[in-house]
Design a protein around this ligand. Sequence first.
Ligand SMILES: Nc1nc2c([nH]c(=O)n2[C@H]2C[C@H](O)[C@@H](COP(=O)(O)OP(=O)(O)OP(=O)(O)O)O2)c(=O)[nH]1
Length: 124
Amino acid sequence: MVVGAAIVRDGRLLAQQRAYPESHAGQWELPGGQVEAGEKPEDALVRECEEELGVTVVVGGQVGPDVPLKKDVVLRIYAAALGGGEPEALEHNAVRWLTADELSGVDWLPADRVLVPALQALLT
Ligand SMILES: Nc1nc2c([nH]c(=O)n2[C@H]2C[C@H](O)[C@@H](COP(=O)(O)OP(=O)(O)OP(=O)(O)O)O2)c(=O)[nH]1
C-alpha cells in the first residue's frame, strides 16, 4: 500500500511536486509513500511526512476510495493536521497550498487526479 496525507490548513490542501523519477518529475502528489512490512498505514504516513516535509502530522480518517496503482498496490489517502513545524520541500521540487478551486487545474499524478472530487469535498 502507498499512503498519502491530505494536510489541510486554513481551507487549503498541501501538495508537493515530484522531483523524480523523470517520467513523473514536475507532477503533483500528496505527501506520503510506501507502507513498509509490519508498519501500520498511519505510522507510515507520520514517518513519510517527517522525511519529506520535516513536520509532525496527526492522522485522521480516510479520504475518498482506495485507488489502484498497480497489481496488489493501492493508494490510500488520510486526512491529516499539522502537529508541529512548517512544511519544507526536503525531497521534492516544491510544496504549495491549494484552494478547492485550484485543485482541478493541477498536473496531478494519475491516481491523485481520481481523488480530486474527494479532496475538494474535504476543503468545502
Ligand atoms: N507519495 C505518494 N506517492 C504516490 C501518490 N500518488 C501516486 O500515484 N503515488 C505513487 C508514486 C510512486 O510510484 C509510489 C510511491 O512512491 P514514493 O517514492 O513516494 O514512496 P517511497 O518514498 O516509499 O519510495 P522510495 O523513494 O523509498 O522508493 O506511489 C501520492 O499522492 N503520494
